[in-house]
Design a binder for this molecule. Structure first.
Ligand code: 6CS
Length: 379
């Protein structure tokens, strides 16, 4: 049985100590920025707060009303996570903190959402590093295919425990007002295509849709593809009309976004894990009183296992759903280990490209992460 190791406990307490020391005792003082649709709920929050406070909550730092934007729509992994996160915070604060959850497209594109977090239009966001590729070049790390172990659970352990990620990469994001509180997997990715994708030659001239990360593009260029960055809001139509030939995503997302309706082939490639981040605006977070920050930290910790369960549940049924959709038949192909090795061989040199072009700290962060991965895999 897989065991959690000591590094996590160290890191987490390190985070809590930082949280405890960082506050100046002031409340965040920027509820004004959260305007918009909050008015009706504000009354509700205060009322709930009083009611629940009588019910036993010891939280004294409210009331607050915050916003949490995700890159996915209702029912999808990030959205379910954000709803549960909001519910937990509401409950723990005795109803004094309300978080309104926004789905993809409600406030703009994925890249718009990054800016909204930076400017505190929203306090919380789920941001995939693929959409911060030019802002935080070190975040391109997650575009490196075949870097993390195949095992999703071991990969999540690394995401939870890695100092390279949770300390050094986090610092890079914080310079841009983005504090990643947790890094988590939404599952191993698969490829879909209008033609079969079984070996690197199949990518020759293939118009691959990617997120905004220059390194994701680079990774597909290494296979001979012509990658194009695109928001997922345009992807279904892009695939349908042939603007792009294929894309990568976890199985749950391929199924839920109905990409199988407009793609004939699906390759179970497990070439990478889809990694995303629970983020909070840095100035907002650091300006909170200790009690409120501790509440957020505690909730983030409680959500770690839930994030894994939510993606596991959804990914676990997605391939069957795709295969059962006989109105939209999909040819499913699982790469053999030998076939995966052919891709791995082409993917590994991209790590050196990242070391040289992934920002000032890319080499240090990747070297440390590779050591951490080797350590965990060796155990
Ligand atoms: O492919 C994308 O861009 C989308 N994929 C997932 C799994 N979540 C949101 C993201 O924008």
């Amino acid at each position: 049985m897989f065991k959690k190791k000591g590094m996590l406990a160290g890191l987490l307490s390190f985070g809590l100590v930082l949280a405890a020391c960082g506050g100046d005792g002031n409340d965040e003082g920027n509820n004004g920025n959260t305007g918009g649709n909050g008015n009706a709920n504000n009354t509700e929050t205060n009322n709930d707060g009083n009611a629940d406070a009588n019910g036993g909550s010891e939280y004294t730092g409210g009331p607050h009303e915050w916003r949490f934007v995700t890159e996915e729509t209702e029912g999808q992994v990030q959205y379910v996570y954000a709803e549960e996160f909001a519910d937990l915070i509401h409950e723990k604060s005795g109803g004094q903190i309300t978080i309104d959850v926004y789905g993809f497209g409600e406030l703009g594109s994925e890249v718009d959402q990054v800016e909204q977090l930076q400017t505190q239009i929203v306090e919380f966001a789920i941001i995939s590093p693929g959409f911060t590729g030019t802002l935080v070049p070190e975040g391109n790390l997650f575009a490196l295919q075949f870097l993390f172990p195949d095992d999703n659970e071991v990969t999540q352990q690394i995401l939870d425990e890695s100092e390279a990620i949770n300390v050094h990469l986090r610092e890079q994001y914080e310079q841009h007002s983005i504090t990643p509180l947790a890094f988590w997997t939404e599952g191993a990715m698969a490829w879909t295509g209008s033609s079969p994708l079984q070996n690197p030659d199949d990518f020759s001239g293939f118009q691959m849709r990617t997120q905004e990360s220059p390194l994701i593009l680079r990774s597909y260029e290494a296979y001979g593809a012509n990658p194009t960055a695109m928001s997922w809001g345009e992807l279904y139509t892009g695939l349908q009309q042939g603007a792009v030939d294929g894309q990568e995503n976890p199985l749950f997302f391929i199924e839920d976004a109905n990409f199988n309706e407009v793609q004939d082939h699906l390759t179970v490639s497990r070439h990478n894990h889809y990694v995303t981040m629970t983020t909070v605006n840095t100035e907002f977070y650091e300006g909170l009183d200790e009690e409120t920050r501790a509440l957020i930290d505690e909730t983030t910790e409680e959500m770690r296992d839930r994030a894994f369960e939510i993606q596991e549940e959804q990914n676990g049924v997605a391939l069957d759903l795709i295969e059962e959709d006989t109105d939209n038949p999909t040819e499913v192909y699982e790469l053999s280990e030998e076939e995966r090795d052919q891709f791995r061989e082409l993917a590994i040199p991209v790590r050196d490209y990242f070391r040289e072009n992934g920002g000032d700290n890319a080499e240090m962060i990747l070297d440390m992460l590779e050591e951490e991965i080797a350590e965990i895999e060796g155990n």
